[in-house]
Write a new protein. Sequence first.
Length: 105
Amino acid sequence: MRYVGQEHPVTVELPAGVFRRRNRDALKRSFDEEHQRRYGTCAPGEPAEIVSLRATVTGAMKKPRLERIARGGRAPPASARRGKRGVYFAELGRSRATRATRARA
């Protein structure tokens, strides 16, 4: 919000009840109080305007069901094998052909 004719807006946190009750006076009072707190002055007799409006909503949701994942074996399945690729091993000081597997999600 800001006073009409001013350039810099002031963020004012408002409880939902101010909007639910359509209480313009409470909205203006909240703005004047925040302006006073921030700048040490306010103008209750001057009109103010809403420049932008942001809303934050919180709520409760049901937890999703956990999907059962089949237990894997000791070795990856053959479908996970992707051939071989060169991997550099610092301890050996050279590259060595190594089996590549598909990353699991």
